[in-house]
Design a protein. Structure first.
Length: 194
């Protein structure tokens, strides 16, 4: 690798070509690396095969997702309204219903204080965090082609943290006077401002 290019630039170029489907010319424009250098890297590392494999995997995910939706609907219908089956189907459908909304730009307006959740106990905080994770997960799953491994890892860690908090602050084990301090409430409210 030429001394003038950082490893990160090479990885970014590969990601742009393989996962985003950009041409060598578009990658060159985005990274500042010459087209000839990108083609050398692509040839050395098999970018074209990686791109084909990535696209096949995406197609497979889309097909499997449709099959999953069909199976969940059939299970919900066949179960006679079993709450778990119906919930599984409706949760997945919410993801697809929000898919169009996920492509809209983020709303950067200040949050209306009246819309903030009233978080007074650790159990309230756990419920609020769980809701945020569900929203973020739905947004990520609505755009599988932009999903990165780091996002999945972060989500997994967050879900594990929520589960630990849920076990620690289970309502049946909670004392009557437990609550969050003002700093914790502020931090949670900031996290809720998606």
């Amino acid at each position: 690798m030429p001394e003038g290019y950082a490893y990160e630039i090479r990885e970014t170029a590969k990601d742009l070509y393989v996962t985003e489907g950009r041409t060598y010319e578009q990658v060159a424009e985005a990274t500042g690396v010459s087209v000839s250098q990108l083609k050398r890297w692509g040839s050395d590392e098999g970018w074209t095969d990686a791109r084909k494999e990535f696209r096949e995997a995406l197609s497979s995910i889309k097909r499997d997702t449709v099959r999953l939706r069909a199976r969940l609907l059939k299970t919900a219908l066949d179960s006679g309204g079993d709450p778990q089956s119906v919930y599984a189907f409706t949760a997945l459908e919410k993801v697809f219903a929000s898919k169009g909304k996920a492509n809209e730009p983020a709303d950067d307006r200040p949050v209306n204080p009246e819309k903030l959740k009233n978080i007074n106990t650790p159990a309230d905080a756990v419920a609020a965090l769980q809701e945020v994770v569900e929203i973020k997960l739905n947004r990520l799953l609505a755009q599988p082609d932009t999903l990165h491994l780091s996002q999945i890892k972060e989500l997994k860690q967050t879900m594990e943290l929520i589960e630990q908090m849920r076990l620690k602050y289970a309502p049946k084990e909670q004392a009557a006077d437990t609550g969050l301090d003002a700093a914790s409430i502020k931090n949670i409210r900031e996290m809720l401002q998606l």
